[in-house]
Design a protein around this ligand. Structure first.
Ligand SMILES: *Cc1c(COP(=O)(O)O)cnc(C)c1O
Length: 232
C-alpha cells in the first residue's frame, strides 16, 4: 500500500478508537515517526496531510531538517544532554524528558534562544530495565523540581512506551496507569505547566492506547513500512 493509503487507513482506525472513548478522531494527534526514512518519504507524508513528525535521534533531525517541508518536529527518543543544543531551535516538543538534569539543560539552551520549550515527561510504567523513563511514583517529584528550576521549559504532559507484546490488550494496564498520572498532575496550576498531550501508542498498540485516553499517537511502521536498520 502507498503512504497515502496507509495514512488514510490509520486515520480511520484512530477515528474509530477515539469514538469508542467518547472523542473524535481530530482529538487525537497523529505523529508520523520517520526514523530511518528519507526526506522524500517524509515530504510525501506531508503532502498527504501529516503535520507532525517524530524522530528518535538528534543526528537524523540534523541530516533531514533542511530537506523536509515545513512541519512540526518532535524528538521522541532518548536525548543526551550534550546534544540538546543541536535541536533546541528545530523541534516543537521533546517527548523523552526523564531527568531533572536534562530538563535543566533544555531550559538553559531555550533561554539562550529566547524561547520556551514544550516537553513531556517520559514514564516507564512497566519498569522495564531496557527502557528509558522514570518510575510512576517519581513523576510528582520530578515535575516539582522542573517547575522550580526550569522557567524556559513548559511541561505539556506525559509520554510512555509500552512493552512489546503480541497482544496489545496486555499493555492496556500500563496505558491506564499513565492516564491516571496524567489526570492527577494535569490538575497542577503553575505558569510552566499546561497539560495537553498524553503521548501513548505506536503501530502495534495505538488503538488500545486511544481507548485508554491517549491523545497523541506515534506511528511509524504502519505508515512507512518496515525500517531497514542495515542502512545505519
Ligand atoms: C520508533 C518509535 C515509534 C514508532 O514505532 P512503530 O512501531 O514503527 O510505529 C514510536 N515511538 C518511539 C519512541 C519510537 O522510537
Amino acid at each position: 500500500m502507498s503512504i497515502r493509503e496507509n495514512i488514510d487507513y490509520i486515520k480511520g482506525l484512530k477515528e474509530e478508537a477515539a469514538r469508542r472513548s467518547g472523542r473524535l478522531g481530530e482529538d487525537v494527534l497523529l505523529v508520523a515517526v520517520t526514523k530511518l526514512h528519507s526526506a522524500e518519504e517524509i515530504n510525501e507524508a506531508i503532502d498527504c496531510g501529516i503535520t507532525d513528525i517524530g524522530e528518535n535521534k538528534v543526528q537524523e533531525i540534523m541530516d533531514k531538517y533542511d530537506h523536509v517541508k515545513p512541519v512540526r518536529w518532535h524528538l521522541i527518543g532518548h536525548l543526551q544532554t550534550n546534544k540538546v543544543k543541536y535541536i533546541i531551535d528545530k523541534v516543537s516538543m521533546i517527548h523523552s524528558v526523564d531527568s531533572v538534569h536534562l530538563a535543566q539543560e533544555i531550559h538553559k539552551r531555550a533561554e539562550q534562544h529566547g524561547l520556551v520549550m514544550d516537553i513531556l515527561i517520559q514514564v516507564n510504567a512497566a519498569q522495564e530495565e531496557s527502557k528509558f523513563g522514570i518510575k510512576t511514583e517519581e513523576t510528582g517529584l520530578m515535575i516539582e523540581e522542573i517547575l522550580k528550576t526550569c522557567p524556559n521549559v513548559r511541561i505539556r504532559g506525559l509520554m510512555c512506551i509500552a512493552p512489546f507484546e503480541e497482544n496489545p490488550e496486555d499493555v492496556r494496564i500500563y496505558f491506564r496507569q499513565v492516564k491516571r498520572l496524567y489526570d492527577e498532575y494535569g490538575r497542577l496550576r503553575h505558569p510552566n505547566i499546561d497539560f495537553a498531550y498524553l503521548s501513548m501508542g505506536m503501530s502495534g498498540d495505538f488503538q488500545v492506547a486511544i481507548e485508554e485516553g491517549s491523545n497523541l499517537i506515534r506511528v511509524g511502521t504502519s505508515i512507512f513500512g518496515a525500517r531497514d536498520y542495515s542502512k545505519k
